[in-house]
Design a protein around this ligand. Structure first.
Ligand SMILES: *[C@@H]1O[C@H](CO)[C@@H](O)[C@H](O)[C@H]1NC(C)=O
Ligand SMILES: *[C@@H]1O[C@H](CO)[C@@H](O)[C@H](O)[C@H]1NC(C)=O
Ligand SMILES: *[C@@H]1O[C@H](CO)[C@@H](O)[C@H](O)[C@H]1NC(C)=O
Length: 388
Protein backbone atom coordinates (compact mmCIF):
# COMPACT_ATOMS: atom_id res chain seq x y z
CA UNK A 1 0.00 0.00 0.00
CA UNK A 2 2.76 2.40 1.00
CA UNK A 3 4.78 1.51 -2.08
CA UNK A 4 1.82 2.13 -4.27
CA UNK A 5 1.32 5.55 -2.76
CA UNK A 6 4.98 6.41 -3.30
CA UNK A 7 4.82 5.33 -6.87
CA UNK A 8 1.85 7.56 -7.45
CA UNK A 9 3.65 10.53 -6.01
CA UNK A 10 6.77 9.96 -8.11
CA UNK A 11 4.67 9.57 -11.22
CA UNK A 12 2.64 12.64 -10.32
CA UNK A 13 5.71 14.83 -9.76
CA UNK A 14 7.37 13.53 -12.90
CA UNK A 15 4.27 14.34 -14.89
CA UNK A 16 4.21 17.81 -13.37
CA UNK A 17 7.84 18.41 -14.37
CA UNK A 18 7.20 17.24 -17.88
CA UNK A 19 4.17 19.47 -18.18
CA UNK A 20 6.12 22.54 -17.03
CA UNK A 21 8.93 21.78 -19.43
CA UNK A 22 6.52 21.13 -22.25
CA UNK A 23 4.88 24.49 -21.61
CA UNK A 24 8.23 26.26 -21.73
CA UNK A 25 9.27 24.75 -25.03
CA UNK A 26 8.74 26.85 -28.08
CA UNK A 27 9.21 23.91 -30.38
CA UNK A 28 8.79 20.27 -29.61
CA UNK A 29 11.96 18.92 -28.05
CA UNK A 30 12.99 15.32 -27.69
CA UNK A 31 12.16 15.08 -24.00
CA UNK A 32 10.83 11.56 -24.17
CA UNK A 33 13.74 9.19 -24.19
CA UNK A 34 14.16 5.55 -23.53
CA UNK A 35 14.53 5.79 -19.73
CA UNK A 36 11.40 5.45 -17.64
CA UNK A 37 9.74 8.80 -17.07
CA UNK A 38 10.15 8.78 -13.31
CA UNK A 39 13.95 8.54 -13.55
CA UNK A 40 14.31 11.24 -16.16
CA UNK A 41 12.44 13.97 -14.46
CA UNK A 42 15.16 15.04 -12.08
CA UNK A 43 17.84 15.71 -14.68
CA UNK A 44 15.61 16.87 -17.42
CA UNK A 45 15.99 20.62 -16.89
CA UNK A 46 19.72 20.61 -17.42
CA UNK A 47 19.92 17.93 -20.03
CA UNK A 48 17.60 19.54 -22.54
CA UNK A 49 19.41 22.81 -22.88
CA UNK A 50 22.91 21.47 -22.47
CA UNK A 51 22.15 18.85 -25.02
CA UNK A 52 21.21 21.44 -27.57
CA UNK A 53 23.30 24.50 -26.97
CA UNK A 54 26.07 25.65 -24.64
CA UNK A 55 26.17 28.90 -22.69
CA UNK A 56 28.99 30.08 -24.93
CA UNK A 57 26.87 29.45 -28.02
CA UNK A 58 23.98 31.44 -26.56
CA UNK A 59 26.38 34.26 -25.75
CA UNK A 60 27.75 34.28 -29.27
CA UNK A 61 24.27 34.61 -30.69
CA UNK A 62 23.59 37.38 -28.20
CA UNK A 63 26.76 39.31 -29.15
CA UNK A 64 25.81 38.99 -32.80
CA UNK A 65 22.27 40.19 -32.09
CA UNK A 66 23.55 43.25 -30.20
CA UNK A 67 25.89 44.18 -33.05
CA UNK A 68 23.06 44.08 -35.54
CA UNK A 69 20.44 45.78 -33.34
CA UNK A 70 22.78 48.59 -32.31
CA UNK A 71 24.48 48.99 -35.66
CA UNK A 72 25.37 52.64 -36.12
CA UNK A 73 23.98 53.65 -32.71
CA UNK A 74 26.28 56.01 -30.81
CA UNK A 75 26.30 57.63 -27.43
CA UNK A 76 25.90 61.40 -27.27
CA UNK A 77 29.63 61.57 -26.60
CA UNK A 78 30.13 59.98 -30.05
CA UNK A 79 31.73 56.95 -28.40
CA UNK A 80 30.68 53.51 -29.41
CA UNK A 81 28.45 51.48 -27.10
CA UNK A 82 31.01 48.68 -27.31
CA UNK A 83 33.06 50.57 -24.70
CA UNK A 84 30.26 49.97 -22.20
CA UNK A 85 30.19 46.20 -22.12
CA UNK A 86 31.18 44.54 -18.84
CA UNK A 87 32.55 41.38 -20.39
CA UNK A 88 35.10 43.38 -22.35
CA UNK A 89 36.14 45.53 -19.42
CA UNK A 90 33.73 48.47 -19.82
CA UNK A 91 31.09 49.83 -17.50
CA UNK A 92 27.51 49.72 -18.76
CA UNK A 93 25.32 52.79 -18.70
CA UNK A 94 23.22 52.06 -15.63
CA UNK A 95 19.93 53.77 -14.87
CA UNK A 96 17.93 53.27 -11.70
CA UNK A 97 14.34 54.48 -11.32
CA UNK A 98 13.47 55.07 -7.66
CA UNK A 99 9.77 55.43 -6.99
CA UNK A 100 6.83 53.90 -5.16
CA UNK A 101 3.84 51.76 -6.14
CA UNK A 102 1.53 53.11 -8.85
CA UNK A 103 3.56 56.13 -9.76
CA UNK A 104 4.11 55.44 -13.43
CA UNK A 105 7.26 53.38 -13.18
CA UNK A 106 6.00 50.56 -15.38
CA UNK A 107 5.50 53.14 -18.13
CA UNK A 108 8.89 54.81 -17.64
CA UNK A 109 10.60 51.44 -17.18
CA UNK A 110 9.19 50.19 -20.46
CA UNK A 111 10.16 53.37 -22.31
CA UNK A 112 13.78 52.88 -21.27
CA UNK A 113 13.63 49.17 -21.96
CA UNK A 114 12.48 49.87 -25.51
CA UNK A 115 16.13 50.73 -26.18
CA UNK A 116 17.84 47.80 -27.90
CA UNK A 117 20.78 46.49 -25.90
CA UNK A 118 19.11 47.24 -22.57
CA UNK A 119 18.98 44.66 -19.80
CA UNK A 120 16.11 45.39 -17.40
CA UNK A 121 16.20 44.46 -13.71
CA UNK A 122 12.51 44.76 -13.00
CA UNK A 123 11.53 45.25 -9.37
CA UNK A 124 14.43 43.35 -7.76
CA UNK A 125 13.02 43.76 -4.24
CA UNK A 126 9.70 42.04 -4.92
CA UNK A 127 10.43 39.33 -2.39
CA UNK A 128 10.49 41.89 0.45
CA UNK A 129 6.71 42.18 0.24
CA UNK A 130 4.51 45.28 0.47
CA UNK A 131 6.88 47.38 2.55
CA UNK A 132 8.97 50.49 2.19
CA UNK A 133 12.66 50.18 3.03
CA UNK A 134 13.74 53.34 4.86
CA UNK A 135 16.65 52.03 6.91
CA UNK A 136 17.44 49.01 9.10
CA UNK A 137 16.75 46.11 9.21
CA UNK A 138 16.43 45.65 5.44
CA UNK A 139 18.44 48.52 3.96
CA UNK A 140 21.82 46.76 3.81
CA UNK A 141 20.60 43.53 2.31
CA UNK A 142 18.42 45.39 -0.20
CA UNK A 143 21.26 47.66 -1.33
CA UNK A 144 23.40 44.58 -1.76
CA UNK A 145 20.82 43.01 -4.05
CA UNK A 146 20.73 46.14 -6.21
CA UNK A 147 24.51 46.38 -6.36
CA UNK A 148 24.97 42.71 -7.20
CA UNK A 149 22.41 42.84 -9.97
CA UNK A 150 23.85 46.01 -11.47
CA UNK A 151 27.20 44.22 -11.44
CA UNK A 152 25.67 41.17 -13.13
CA UNK A 153 26.50 39.07 -10.11
CA UNK A 154 23.75 36.55 -9.41
CA UNK A 155 25.94 34.18 -7.42
CA UNK A 156 24.76 35.23 -3.96
CA UNK A 157 21.19 35.98 -4.90
CA UNK A 158 19.62 32.66 -3.89
CA UNK A 159 16.57 34.24 -2.34
CA UNK A 160 15.99 36.50 -5.33
CA UNK A 161 16.27 33.61 -7.78
CA UNK A 162 14.16 31.29 -5.70
CA UNK A 163 11.43 33.89 -5.48
CA UNK A 164 11.67 34.50 -9.21
CA UNK A 165 11.17 30.86 -10.07
CA UNK A 166 7.70 30.98 -8.57
CA UNK A 167 6.98 34.59 -9.60
CA UNK A 168 8.23 34.71 -13.15
CA UNK A 169 7.11 38.32 -13.71
CA UNK A 170 10.37 39.11 -11.92
CA UNK A 171 11.99 38.09 -15.22
CA UNK A 172 9.32 38.48 -17.90
CA UNK A 173 9.67 42.26 -18.00
CA UNK A 174 13.30 41.73 -18.90
CA UNK A 175 12.19 40.67 -22.35
CA UNK A 176 15.67 40.09 -23.75
CA UNK A 177 16.44 37.66 -20.96
CA UNK A 178 12.97 36.14 -21.00
CA UNK A 179 13.33 35.27 -24.69
CA UNK A 180 16.30 33.14 -23.67
CA UNK A 181 14.37 31.60 -20.80
CA UNK A 182 11.66 30.57 -23.21
CA UNK A 183 14.11 29.03 -25.62
CA UNK A 184 16.42 27.45 -23.01
CA UNK A 185 14.49 27.04 -19.75
CA UNK A 186 17.26 24.95 -18.25
CA UNK A 187 19.52 28.02 -18.09
CA UNK A 188 16.96 30.60 -16.99
CA UNK A 189 17.70 30.60 -13.25
CA UNK A 190 21.29 29.47 -13.52
CA UNK A 191 23.63 32.12 -11.99
CA UNK A 192 26.51 31.17 -14.26
CA UNK A 193 24.38 31.79 -17.34
CA UNK A 194 22.75 34.93 -15.91
CA UNK A 195 26.10 36.49 -15.02
CA UNK A 196 27.54 35.87 -18.45
CA UNK A 197 24.43 36.90 -20.36
CA UNK A 198 23.97 40.10 -18.36
CA UNK A 199 27.62 41.01 -18.96
CA UNK A 200 27.11 41.27 -22.72
CA UNK A 201 24.74 44.27 -22.47
CA UNK A 202 25.92 47.89 -22.80
CA UNK A 203 22.84 49.33 -21.04
CA UNK A 204 21.22 48.28 -17.82
CA UNK A 205 18.11 49.67 -16.24
CA UNK A 206 16.39 48.92 -12.97
CA UNK A 207 13.32 50.15 -11.18
CA UNK A 208 12.33 49.74 -7.59
CA UNK A 209 9.23 50.89 -5.75
CA UNK A 210 10.34 49.70 -2.30
CA UNK A 211 13.44 51.70 -1.42
CA UNK A 212 13.55 55.33 -0.37
CA UNK A 213 15.88 57.72 -2.12
CA UNK A 214 18.25 58.62 0.72
CA UNK A 215 19.49 55.01 0.85
CA UNK A 216 20.50 55.18 -2.80
CA UNK A 217 23.26 57.71 -2.10
CA UNK A 218 25.56 54.80 -1.30
CA UNK A 219 25.29 53.56 -4.88
CA UNK A 220 25.96 57.00 -6.35
CA UNK A 221 29.14 57.47 -4.32
CA UNK A 222 31.08 54.94 -6.36
CA UNK A 223 32.14 56.95 -9.39
CA UNK A 224 33.29 54.03 -11.50
CA UNK A 225 29.88 52.43 -11.09
CA UNK A 226 28.55 55.40 -13.06
CA UNK A 227 24.95 55.01 -11.97
CA UNK A 228 22.26 57.46 -13.08
CA UNK A 229 19.29 57.77 -10.78
CA UNK A 230 15.82 59.07 -11.66
CA UNK A 231 13.44 59.77 -8.80
CA UNK A 232 9.93 59.36 -10.22
CA UNK A 233 7.23 61.23 -8.31
CA UNK A 234 3.46 61.32 -8.72
CA UNK A 235 0.57 63.30 -7.29
CA UNK A 236 -0.46 61.38 -4.13
CA UNK A 237 -4.12 61.67 -5.13
CA UNK A 238 -3.33 59.82 -8.35
CA UNK A 239 -1.09 57.28 -6.63
CA UNK A 240 -3.59 56.42 -3.92
CA UNK A 241 -6.51 56.26 -6.34
CA UNK A 242 -4.57 53.87 -8.54
CA UNK A 243 -3.51 51.71 -5.58
CA UNK A 244 -7.12 51.17 -4.56
CA UNK A 245 -7.54 49.01 -7.65
CA UNK A 246 -4.83 46.57 -6.54
CA UNK A 247 -5.83 43.73 -4.30
CA UNK A 248 -2.41 43.54 -2.58
CA UNK A 249 -2.53 47.11 -1.30
CA UNK A 250 -5.49 47.66 1.05
CA UNK A 251 -4.58 46.87 4.64
CA UNK A 252 -0.85 47.42 4.12
CA UNK A 253 -0.02 50.72 5.88
CA UNK A 254 3.00 51.49 3.67
CA UNK A 255 0.66 51.23 0.70
CA UNK A 256 -2.79 52.52 1.59
CA UNK A 257 -2.10 55.31 4.11
CA UNK A 258 -1.59 58.83 2.72
CA UNK A 259 0.52 59.93 5.68
CA UNK A 260 3.10 57.19 5.01
CA UNK A 261 3.21 57.92 1.29
CA UNK A 262 3.50 61.65 1.83
CA UNK A 263 6.12 61.59 4.56
CA UNK A 264 8.19 59.46 2.17
CA UNK A 265 7.64 62.12 -0.50
CA UNK A 266 8.92 64.77 1.91
CA UNK A 267 11.98 62.74 2.83
CA UNK A 268 12.62 61.95 -0.83
CA UNK A 269 12.48 65.69 -1.51
CA UNK A 270 15.27 66.40 1.00
CA UNK A 271 17.30 63.55 -0.43
CA UNK A 272 16.67 64.87 -3.95
CA UNK A 273 18.03 68.32 -3.03
CA UNK A 274 21.14 66.73 -1.58
CA UNK A 275 21.77 64.33 -4.48
CA UNK A 276 21.14 67.02 -7.09
CA UNK A 277 23.78 69.12 -5.41
CA UNK A 278 26.30 66.29 -5.03
CA UNK A 279 25.71 64.54 -8.35
CA UNK A 280 24.11 67.06 -10.73
CA UNK A 281 24.81 64.97 -13.83
CA UNK A 282 23.85 61.63 -12.31
CA UNK A 283 20.67 62.44 -10.44
CA UNK A 284 17.38 63.92 -11.58
CA UNK A 285 13.77 63.98 -10.48
CA UNK A 286 10.79 63.55 -12.76
CA UNK A 287 7.07 63.89 -12.23
CA UNK A 288 4.94 61.23 -13.87
CA UNK A 289 2.47 63.91 -14.91
CA UNK A 290 5.14 65.86 -16.81
CA UNK A 291 6.22 62.70 -18.61
CA UNK A 292 2.64 61.84 -19.53
CA UNK A 293 1.70 65.29 -20.75
CA UNK A 294 4.78 65.64 -22.92
CA UNK A 295 6.13 62.13 -23.49
CA UNK A 296 8.39 62.78 -26.49
CA UNK A 297 10.28 65.76 -25.19
CA UNK A 298 10.55 64.35 -21.70
CA UNK A 299 11.82 61.01 -22.99
CA UNK A 300 14.36 62.84 -25.09
CA UNK A 301 15.52 64.67 -21.99
CA UNK A 302 15.77 61.42 -20.06
CA UNK A 303 17.88 59.82 -22.74
CA UNK A 304 20.06 62.90 -22.84
CA UNK A 305 20.49 62.53 -19.09
CA UNK A 306 21.55 58.92 -19.73
CA UNK A 307 24.02 60.16 -22.35
CA UNK A 308 22.10 58.59 -25.21
CA UNK A 309 20.38 59.51 -28.45
CA UNK A 310 16.70 58.74 -28.64
CA UNK A 311 16.66 55.44 -30.54
CA UNK A 312 14.03 54.87 -33.22
CA UNK A 313 12.65 51.91 -31.33
CA UNK A 314 12.02 54.13 -28.34
CA UNK A 315 10.13 56.57 -30.57
CA UNK A 316 8.11 53.68 -31.93
CA UNK A 317 7.30 52.57 -28.42
CA UNK A 318 6.02 56.06 -27.62
CA UNK A 319 4.01 56.16 -30.86
CA UNK A 320 2.21 52.99 -29.93
CA UNK A 321 1.82 53.58 -26.19
CA UNK A 322 0.77 57.15 -25.73
CA UNK A 323 -2.42 57.67 -27.67
CA UNK A 324 -5.27 55.29 -27.03
CA UNK A 325 -6.41 53.64 -23.85
CA UNK A 326 -6.68 50.06 -25.04
CA UNK A 327 -5.53 47.97 -22.10
CA UNK A 328 -6.65 47.23 -18.55
CA UNK A 329 -5.38 48.85 -15.34
CA UNK A 330 -1.88 47.47 -15.65
CA UNK A 331 -1.47 48.25 -19.30
CA UNK A 332 0.94 50.86 -20.47
CA UNK A 333 -0.98 51.22 -23.72
CA UNK A 334 -2.86 54.29 -22.68
CA UNK A 335 -3.98 57.72 -23.42
CA UNK A 336 -1.02 59.21 -21.62
CA UNK A 337 -2.48 62.71 -21.36
CA UNK A 338 -5.40 61.54 -19.23
CA UNK A 339 -3.86 58.60 -17.40
CA UNK A 340 -2.42 60.64 -14.48
CA UNK A 341 -5.68 62.43 -13.76
CA UNK A 342 -8.24 59.65 -13.34
CA UNK A 343 -8.37 60.42 -9.64
CA UNK A 344 -10.40 63.55 -10.43
CA UNK A 345 -13.36 61.40 -11.40
CA UNK A 346 -12.65 58.22 -9.46
CA UNK A 347 -12.23 59.67 -5.94
CA UNK A 348 -15.08 61.39 -4.13
CA UNK A 349 -14.39 64.80 -2.67
CA UNK A 350 -14.19 63.52 0.91
CA UNK A 351 -11.39 61.21 -0.15
CA UNK A 352 -9.60 63.95 -2.07
CA UNK A 353 -9.66 66.17 1.02
CA UNK A 354 -8.51 63.34 3.28
CA UNK A 355 -5.44 62.85 1.09
CA UNK A 356 -4.78 66.59 0.79
CA UNK A 357 -4.99 67.03 4.57
CA UNK A 358 -2.37 64.32 5.02
CA UNK A 359 -0.16 65.54 2.21
CA UNK A 360 0.08 69.33 2.60
CA UNK A 361 3.87 69.46 2.72
CA UNK A 362 4.55 66.79 0.13
CA UNK A 363 2.17 68.43 -2.34
CA UNK A 364 3.61 71.85 -1.80
CA UNK A 365 7.20 70.66 -2.29
CA UNK A 366 6.48 68.72 -5.48
CA UNK A 367 4.18 71.31 -7.07
CA UNK A 368 0.78 69.66 -6.67
CA UNK A 369 -2.04 72.13 -6.12
CA UNK A 370 -4.79 71.60 -3.54
CA UNK A 371 -8.35 71.65 -4.76
CA UNK A 372 -10.51 74.61 -3.83
CA UNK A 373 -13.91 73.09 -4.49
CA UNK A 374 -15.46 69.78 -5.40
CA UNK A 375 -15.88 70.83 -9.02
CA UNK A 376 -12.75 69.28 -10.52
CA UNK A 377 -13.65 69.33 -14.17
CA UNK A 378 -11.29 72.15 -15.12
CA UNK A 379 -8.96 71.82 -12.16
CA UNK A 380 -5.29 71.74 -13.19
CA UNK A 381 -3.21 70.23 -10.40
CA UNK A 382 0.34 71.13 -11.48
CA UNK A 383 2.68 74.05 -10.79
CA UNK A 384 6.48 74.00 -11.19
CA UNK A 385 8.68 72.54 -8.46
CA UNK A 386 12.33 73.09 -7.74
CA UNK A 387 15.06 70.85 -6.36
CA UNK A 388 18.00 73.08 -7.26
C1 LIG B 1 29.59 63.84 -32.85
O1 LIG B 1 29.74 63.72 -34.25
C2 LIG B 1 28.93 64.58 -35.01
C3 LIG B 1 29.16 64.31 -36.48
O2 LIG B 1 29.47 63.00 -36.73
C4 LIG B 1 29.25 66.02 -34.67
O3 LIG B 1 28.35 66.89 -35.37
C5 LIG B 1 29.08 66.24 -33.18
O4 LIG B 1 29.45 67.55 -32.83
C6 LIG B 1 29.91 65.25 -32.38
N1 LIG B 1 29.60 65.40 -30.98
C7 LIG B 1 30.55 65.39 -30.04
C8 LIG B 1 30.08 65.52 -28.62
O5 LIG B 1 31.73 65.26 -30.29
C1 LIG C 1 9.23 69.75 -27.65
O1 LIG C 1 10.47 70.17 -28.11
C2 LIG C 1 10.44 70.82 -29.37
C3 LIG C 1 11.87 71.07 -29.86
O2 LIG C 1 12.72 71.34 -28.81
C4 LIG C 1 9.65 72.12 -29.22
O3 LIG C 1 9.60 72.81 -30.46
C5 LIG C 1 8.25 71.76 -28.76
O4 LIG C 1 7.50 72.94 -28.53
C6 LIG C 1 8.29 70.94 -27.49
N1 LIG C 1 6.96 70.48 -27.22
C7 LIG C 1 6.38 70.68 -26.06
C8 LIG C 1 4.98 70.19 -25.93
O5 LIG C 1 6.94 71.21 -25.12
C1 LIG D 1 -16.54 58.55 -0.37
O1 LIG D 1 -15.88 57.28 -0.42
C2 LIG D 1 -15.74 56.67 0.84
C3 LIG D 1 -14.87 55.46 0.70
O2 LIG D 1 -14.94 54.88 -0.54
C4 LIG D 1 -17.13 56.38 1.40
O3 LIG D 1 -17.01 55.73 2.66
C5 LIG D 1 -17.90 57.66 1.54
O4 LIG D 1 -19.21 57.39 1.95
C6 LIG D 1 -17.94 58.43 0.23
N1 LIG D 1 -18.49 59.75 0.48
C7 LIG D 1 -19.38 60.30 -0.28
C8 LIG D 1 -19.82 61.68 0.09
O5 LIG D 1 -19.84 59.75 -1.28
Amino acid sequence: MVRRKEFFWVAFIALGCLLIIALYQKEPQPIIRSKPVAFQSIQIDDSISEHHISIEQILNLQRYRLKSELYGYKLLSNKSWTDNVLETGGQPIRTLIVTTWRSGSTFLGDIINALPGNYYHYEPLLDYGIIQIRGPPYADSAINVLRNLLNCNYKDLHRYLEFGMSHVYLFTHNKRLWNQCESYPGYCWNPEFLNAFCRTFPFQSMKTVRMRLKLIEELLEDKSFNLKVILLVRDPRGTLQSRRHRDWCPGEPDCDQPNYLCSDMVSDYSAAIRLKQLYPSRFRALRYEDLSLNPYNTTKEIFKFMGLELHNQVKEFLDSHTTYDVGGVSSTYRDSKNAPFHWKTDLNYTEVQWIEDNCKDAMKLWGYVRTKSSNLKNFYPLVPYDIE
